[in-house]
Design a binder for this molecule. Structure first.
Ligand code: SF4
Ligand code: SF4
Length: 295
């Protein structure tokens, strides 16, 4: 069931070219991630900060970090060499909003070159109430927020601490602030015509039983779809010895949740510097081209 309460006219037509939001686009349209967001303001137990943000990618790869200037150069090169480049996303390696100035400048630079590009952002949501209006005024229509639970007791098992307005909050206190901001942020974005995709990392015995509740709640807040992702424990993270979620369990959950809200079934958990079609990533090729030129 597609949640289209607040969707402005024309947005679904544009979204048909977004390889993540539209299954039909994923063999045809390419996306490019600009790894301009190195910092993060929370600490997920499944994350090892040497790797990319797991909310959007898998452990084991580290993306190069680009400045807005070098991101612009890379965009020009990729656009010249890749057909049907429709989407530019900021997906880490940390949190897009925790690096707002570089995120914003990178988007503005790309937009000046190609106003047709669809932009997307992925975030843990902590700073959404603070930045949602800037996101909207930048013209971003696709935002991914990772929501792993609705209550602080579960949250305290998933998040170590958060850094918020200059203070550090741990355990349930930190999780409560994070969850509140995520949910408020989703509502604010959806009400303003942004298509919100909610990523959920499925962690056995910690939040798996609770996932249908998350899906129902974010649907109520106006989310467009959810993307339930397997836990892939990063070496060196607090969850390093946890079991990886099996595809069988994952698909069962997705099918169950599909009854409530549209589900993404084709996510590849791409790198923060992913380039190209979803099934045919060319990040390495283009990263090699920029090697030695990164400031
Ligand atoms: Fe790591 Fe992403 Fe969580 Fe930040 S939000 S701690 S980068 S997984
Ligand atoms: Fe799309 Fe998933 Fe890759 Fe993000 S991680 S670009 S949602 S396929």
């Amino acid at each position: 069931s597609v949640n289209n309460k607040h969707i402005p006219p024309g947005l679904l037509e544009a979204t048909a070219k977004h390889p993540c939001y539209s299954f039909g686009a994923h063999h045809k349209y390419a996306r490019m991630h600009l790894p301009v967001a190195p910092k993060c303001n929370i600490n997920c137990n499944y994350c090892n900060r040497k790797f990319d943000c797991l909310h959007e990618s898998r452990p084991g790869v580290t993306s190069e970090i680009l400045t807005p200037q070098s991101a612009e150069q890379k965009f020009r090169r990729v656009k010249a060499q890749i057909e049907n480049l429709s989407v530019v996303g900021i997906a880490g390696p940390g949190d897009a909003l925790a690096n707002w100035e570089t995120t914003k400048e990178s988007i503005e630079r790309v937009k000046a070159i190609d106003p047709e590009i669809i932009f997307c952002l992925s975030t843990n949501g902590l700073l959404l109430p603070e930045y949602y209006h800037e996101i909207i005024s930048l013209g971003i229509k696709h935002v991914t927020v990772t929501v792993n639970c609705l209550n602080p007791e579960i949250g305290a098992r998933i998040y170590g601490h958060i850094l918020y307005k200059g203070k550090r909050y741990e355990g349930e206190t930190g999780a409560a602030i994070l969850i509140k901001n995520q949910l408020e942020g989703i509502r604010l974005l959806a009400e303003n015509g942004v298509l919100v995709k909610v990523n959920i990392v499925m962690i056995k015995d910690i939040n798996d039983f609770h996932i249908p509740d998350i899906v129902k709640k974010v649907k109520e807040l106006g989310a467009f779809m959810t993307n339930i992702m397997p836990l892939i424990p990063a070496p060196g993270s607090a969850f390093e010895n946890y079991q990886q979620t099996s595809m069988k369990e994952l698909n069962k959950m997705r099918n169950q949740c599909q009854l409530h809200l549209h589900q993404m079934h084709h996510c590849r958990q791409c790198r923060a510097d992913a380039i190209g079609l979803l099934g045919d990533d060319r990040a390495i090729e283009f990263a090699a081209e920029t090697a030695g030129r990164i400031p």
